[in-house]
Structures are given as C-alpha cells and as structure tokens.
Design a protein around this ligand. Sequence first.
Ligand SMILES: *Cc1c(COP(=O)(O)O)cnc(C)c1O
Length: 407
Amino acid sequence: MNAVPRRRWRELPPTAGLPLRWRDLLPGPAPALDRQLAPMLGVDRLQLTCSGTAALVIALRTLSAASHRREVIVPAYTCPLVALAVAHCGLTLKVCDLLPGSLQPDPAMLADLCNTGTLAIVPAHLAGRVVDIAPVCAIAAGYGAFVIEDAAQALGARHADGTVVGALGDIGFYSLAAGKGLTLYEGGLLLSRHPRLQAALHETAAAIAPYRLFRELRRCIELAGYAALYGPHGLRWAYGAPLRRALRHNDPIGAAGDRFPRHIPLHRVGHWRQRVGAHACLRWPDYIESTRRSGMQLRSRLHTIPGIDIVADAPGAQGVWPALLLLLPSADAATRALNALWGEGLGVGRPFVHVLPDYDYLQDLVAPAQVPNARDFAARAVSIGNSPWMRECDLQRIMDTLAAACR
Ligand SMILES: *Cc1c(COP(=O)(O)O)cnc(C)c1O
C-alpha cells in the first residue's frame, strides 16, 4: 500500500467505544445490566445475550419454530454475521438492494422479494445511522412477515417518533461487541415490543444458550484485555498491528474484520461481565451525548470537502455517532483515500468491504444477486472513527487526503 510507513505511536479506533475504568472491573453491587439499560432506552424489558449474532439466532429460531416460512430478507450491504446467523438457523437468505447512495432498503425490490414464504425482514441501522423502517413494516405486514431491526451498531439511536431503534419492529437487537460502544467484549441485547414474543425469546434463549464455563472465562480475559488496551497506545498493538498485517497481505476483508468463523457460540453471559457492563452503563448516557456533540463537529468540518457525501439519518431521526460514514464521489476516489489513510492509525477504514453476495467465503450461503446500488455503496464507503483522541493535526491530514482523493 503506502511506500514508507510512518512511525506510529498512536492508534485511533475505527469507532468510538465507551472506555472501561479499572473500577468497573472490581467486584461490588450493581443492578443487572439489562434492567439498568431498559429505562434509559424507554423500553420495558431487554434480554442479555452472548452476542448480537446470538440475539439474531434466538430471534430467528423463535419465529421459525412457530411458522413454516423459511426465507429471510436482509439488506445486501450488512454485516456478514447476519448471513451466518440465517444459515445457522437453516433458513434461506435473500438480499435486497438499497436506494442509490443510501442505506435505505429499496422498497420496490423488497416488495418483489417478499411473499408468503417470508419469515422475516431484517433492516439494519449501520454505523449509527437510522433508516426509516415504516416502508419495510408496511411491506412485511402485507405478507404477514416479521420485522427484526438490526440495531447492532445503533444502541441508543431514535426513530423520528422518538422510539428507540429496535423497538419499532417486531423484534430488535443490539451488539455489545468490542468496537460497538458499550461492550462486554462480546454481548448482545434482544427485545420485542410484543410481551408474548418477548417471553418466547426468553424461552428459546434458555433452551439453546446454556452457561459455558470455559467460553465465559475466555470472554472475561478478553474483556479485561480490552479494558487494559483500549486507548491510543494499546490499540496500536491490539488493533493496528493485525490491521496493518492484513493490509500488507492484500487482505481487505481481514483488515476490515469482515471474516468470521462459521461457528456461532451460544451461551449465557456470566455475572462478572454483566457487572462490568452495569458499571460502565452508568456513563453510557453521557458518552452518547458527548459522541453526538463531537460527531456533529466532525460532520461540519467534513462537509467543507467538495464531493464528499456524509450519510445521514432518515428525516427527523436521531442517530448515534460511533463513526462517520462517508460516500466518496467514485470507487476510485475511495480507493485512493483508503490507500493513503487505511492503516495509518487515524481510525479511517472501510465499514464492510463487500455486499454479501461478493464475499468468497459466503458463496455457498448467499446466492448471486442484482444489487447495483448496494455494491456502489460498498465501493464508495469510507468510515472515520469519532474518537475522542483525534487531534487537529490528525483531522487535517484526513481532510487533506480526502480532498486530494476527490479531485
Ligand atoms: C456486529 C454486527 C452484528 C453482530 O453482532 P455481534 O455482537 O458482533 O455478534 C449484526 N449486525 C450488524 C449490522 C453488525 O454490525
């Protein structure tokens, strides 16, 4: 990629995570994380899961147990874990295109794909950006399909009517993985606005996700490692080094963290990690507010670069700001920008490298599809972590490089 790598002593994260404090790790009384977070979101009940993917598996298993329908429609541009979760449940995946230059699913294609075999549609709020799910719900309702909101990257975002994302569909889920804000290193939250469905989700989880001691011990060590290393110095080793190794090997999928194992662990989250999350959760509302403020500032600076389109929320919605998602004017411009910035320790990278049908390793799970807008989005997308450690000189370098790439 770059001819002469600079010496880097600092590494900015690709998304603004909520840093843990040592005191979070100490034993001590704390209310359950799910019960503490539910009123902050304005929902009755939340269910803690071992990952966002596990939450989706629990949702799909619950719905498919009560239905003969076997198809799940997802946006063509979303996390590969979504495709793996659908396959894990023995269901068939269909991918829907996006509207041009937008994360909004294309309603015409969605209506074409949807039929009486459709179990669920899974719209995604990527990078904290809120999509309008009203058209999705209308199409789903026409065929008796469920809507599962993938809010893995948007915990705390709100729809235009003030409802938290995840609570407007039939089921919603969030991720508490490292890199997605509030984290247990791996974790997830699941909710349904229908009390009976919520109870059924709970039963499914109890049946398919038992306590696993060794898995939990491993996650505890990983969470402690995250707490120790999440900062501009530690991230250089924990995040930057493997990223640069992948880039040196010409492996953008590895660099973006888009390659996932087939196996989806399903287990309960232990008490210690729950308590760490519950302690950190007390700082979460302030964190959401401060990242919103810095996100707005970053956005107004980036707006001054001609040709750059900053992906926005659906009208009236209030997203969250772990990162800023940009569309460059062309795939070539995005490639030029990434060649100069990715791996430079500035928190600039690609959200997902491909649309789902274009990942080699998913080819047996995702059929080829005509999704030109989503493919164009994937080729032009660049993300910038909204990190509190970004300095003016870092931002200047990013802006100069983006401006040059767009010319
Ligand atoms: C991360 C992610 C998931 C899966 O969440 P995990 O907690 O990592 O299992 C699902 N959907 C999207 C859009 C994601 O970004």
